[in-house]
Design a protein around this ligand. Structure first.
Ligand SMILES: Cc1cc2nc3c(=O)[nH]c(=O)nc-3n(C[C@H](O)[C@H](O)[C@H](O)COP(=O)(O)OP(=O)(O)OC[C@H]3O[C@@H](n4cnc5c(N)ncnc54)[C@H](O)[C@@H]3O)c2cc1C
Length: 407
């Protein structure tokens, strides 16, 4: 028999669980999340968990700040540790353009109440003795940054939502979503169905295929994305604290401490698209085959900046699929052509921005309008006629530009 719900959220990664909790804490508890596998099983489980307040675009800083606040709230209400390490982070200025851009942002950060300051090379060295400051003009320092454990965080969000009455079912792949004759949607899975007034798709790189039968052609594909973890580093063992994460535009990468190792996420110059002909049918909680050779030039530049990185062996190389819209911003909001259908998909930094985006979406769904204008994340921002070739070109350009300062 069909169950009737106000909202069905499809997908139980950090984004779907954030949406479920964000809705519930605003009083919308007659909702259900359906996950085809285990919670976190897409990209979330293997993410590095970095959370920063300095993203690619200043406009979405509030999404970052709200994300960490939501995760910490879920931690508090469920009394479940989310593994937050408050290390702070440094965004290096390698040239005058970056330096000026970082200085120009000081007033912006002050206005929105997020701790931020621009520091010189000596202070970089004090904060993170592993950085070679040769040629570095300074850095933007965001002391509130760090990393969370993505699995613990997702589970805390799920538990917090359930405590408020929301429901979660796992191991049920949604097979179709159809508009019902009257109002609302029929969501089908494993011979059963749920009727809902509204549906949120938090299905990352699966979203494109899930919505194809509705006549939609969403520009949502994935890249292979690598992270590399070193053996334990003596310099880190002797320090009595964790060093701030470092983001560097020279070899677009982020490097943070992972226990006594360094963990480096790499934005390749020639990124490789993944599964463009369709997501493998049984793809679940898996990693892809790593290709360290492709990262070699890149890692040499990382070693120049952090010599300790090169002084020790590499312990782990993870290669995972990363959903990546052409402009690198997530797709959050209504699909205007299909009343009651909402997107929370396409998150390249879904740990950093998932919680804040979920709150943005929940408010929009409940209040009937977004809490503030943020057109750069609305699903309708892409031209209808954009070709697959254009999508791939734009994706590659955005991804490979890594941490370059945007105009
Ligand atoms: C190597 C690597 C490192 C990363 N490091 C970071 C980082 O440090 N910080 C950061 O912010 N981001 C990082 N990311 C990106 C981050 O992992 C993603 O942005 C984030 O996990 C996306 O979350 P999501 O909930 O949108 O997607 P997912 O975690 O992929 O969740 C989508 C869920 O939908 C489910 N699903 C799909 N189809 C169906 C269906 N038909 N029915 C039911 N369920 C369905 C899937 O099983 C899955 O659980 C990293 C990514 C990679 C690859």
């Amino acid at each position: 028999m069909s169950e009737i719900k106000d909202i069905v959220v499809i997908g139980g990664g950090i984004v779907g669980c954030s949406v479920l909790y964000a809705l519930a804490r605003k009083g919308c508890c007659n909702s259900i999340l359906i996950e085809k596998n285990e919670l976190t099983s897409g990209s979330t489980w293997h993410a590095a968990g970095n959370v920063t307040h300095f993203g690619h675009y200043a406009e979405i800083t509030k999404l970052y700040a709200d994300s960490l606040n939501l995760y910490r709230e879920a931690e508090q209400v469920t009394q479940t540790d989310i593994g937050f390490h408050n290390t702070g982070s440094l965004r290096l200025a390698n040239n005058k353009r970056e330096w000026d851009a970082y200085l120009n942002l000081e007033q912006f950060y002050q206005d929105i109440g997020v701790p931020y300051r621009v520091v010189g090379p000596d202070e970089i060295k004090e904060l993170n003795p592993l950085v070679d400051i040769e040629g570095v003009l300074g850095a933007a320092y965001t002391p509130g940054d760090g990393h969370v454990d993505p699995t613990l965080t997702t589970n805390a969000l799920a538990a917090a939502a359930k405590n408020l009455g929301a429901e979660i079912i796992r191991h049920q792949p949604v097979t179709s979503i159809e508009q019902s004759n009257g109002e609302g949607w029929v969501v089908s899975f494993d011979g059963d169905e749920v009727l809902a007034k509204e549906v949120v798709l938090a299905t990352s790189f699966w979203t494109r295929e899930l919505t194809a039968s509705l006549g939609l052609d969403l520009p949502l594909y994935a890249f292979e994305h690598h992270e590399v973890i070193t053996e334990d580093i003596d310099e880190l063992k002797t320090l009595n604290r964790e060093v701030p994460a470092v983001r560097d535009s020279r070899a677009p990468s982020n490097v943070r401490q992972e226990r006594f190792s360094l963990l480096c996420g790499v934005y390749e110059t020639k990124p490789k698209l993944w599964a463009t002909d369709g997501i493998p049918k049984d793809f679940g909680q898996e990693l892809l085959v790593p290709d360290l050779e492709r990262l070699e030039d890149h890692l040499l530049k990382v070693i120049e900046r952090m010599p300790a990185f090169g002084g020790y062996g590499i312990k782990t190389v993870n290669n995972g699929p990363l959903c990546f819209p052409p402009d690198g911003c997530p797709m959050v909001g209504p699909i205007e052509t299909h009343k009651g259908l909402w997107l929370a998909a396409g998150f390249p930094v879904g740990i950093g921005t998932g919680g804040g985006s979920a709150q943005f979406l929940a408010e929009w769904m409940i209040e009937g309008k977004p809490p503030y204008d943020l057109e750069m994340i609305y699903p309708n921002r892409f031209n209808k006629g954009i070709s697959q070739k254009q999508v791939f070109e734009q994706m590659k350009e955005t991804y490979s530009s890594g941490y370059k300062v945007t105009e």
